[in-house]
Design a protein around this ligand. Sequence first.
Ligand code: HEC
Ligand code: HEC
Length: 266
Amino acid sequence: MLGHRVARLILCTTFVVVGTLWKAHGQRDDHIQGSQRFMEYCAGCHGADGKGGDKVVSLATTLSVMTRSDAELIRIVHDGTTEGMPPFAQIGDANIRAVVHYLRIIEGKSAPTSTSAEAAVTGDVNAGRALYFGKAQCSTCHMIKGNGGFIASDLTTYGRSRPADAILQAITTPNTPLAPSSRVVSVTTRTGLRLTGVLRYEDNFSLALQMEDGRYHLLARSDLTDVHYTDHSLMPPDYGTRLTSKELNDLVSFLIVTSRSGRRGR
Ligand code: HEC
Ligand code: HEC
């Protein structure tokens, strides 16, 4: 009797949930097909939420994956990668498109949707742009839509699916966590030369440092007398005190609005 009622309740709830999805997404068929195919083909390695285990990157929250175009994702799923992602050409183009569509949905879920990001724009976007390319000098290191440096990541789409407070935090308390590929390393060579740069590669015999101007130094460990690993990237740690809270808010608003207009990439 009770079991019966519970079953009815679950059934009703299912209808409500499906009904809500049905209304919420114009592309509901894609969504359902995509989530089913994702569970079937991808979740084994990437986890049901796309956030993965130890062996794979989180598809839902990794910037390098989130900023890929749909076409790139389709190609990756179709052909696989040398890093161990198997090819899925055999599931057919419609299924590949459906899982990629679903990836976009879980990316959106792991962060607020663009509508809530839109509500978060409370600063002066033009003032933020001026700071970015001027006084705050963000553009010496970060490119936006083809303008700026390339030692740090491209921020064109960074603000697209992140809440304002997370963006603010990335600016005021960088290096939490520090991506290994952004770590700054200082070395001293046998001839007494000191070099500081971003550690882009290392193995038992050599390491590659990238300087702020983009140049690479390939160094043999046998030529070095000292290698010092820092716990930070090149991102200045003091924006939180160097800029006022209004300036920071303007910057965050600029990053959000820019990423919206940069939706289609360049
Ligand atoms: C057998 C395990 C496995 C399965 C199944 C699998 N993947 Fe992967 N996937 C990997 C590995 C390993 C990588 C590469 C390592 C990494 O980037 O973390 C990867 C990387 C990726 C990337 C990131 C590529 C990049 O560098 O941006 C995407 C996107 C991706 N997989 C999507 C999918 C989708 C969609 C499916 C289902 C159709 C799927 N994967 C099924 C193991 C798997
Ligand atoms: C001297 C170079 C440099 C300057 C100047 C700089 N950054 Fe960074 N920034 C970095 C590096 C290096 C990282 C670490 C990750 C990476 O490579 O993007 C980083 C990380 C970030 C991140 C997080 C990116 C991510 O992928 O998690 C944001 C957001 C960011 N910076 C915004 C800014 C803003 C806004 C300014 C100006 C107020 C600025 N940065 C100035 C070098 C710089």
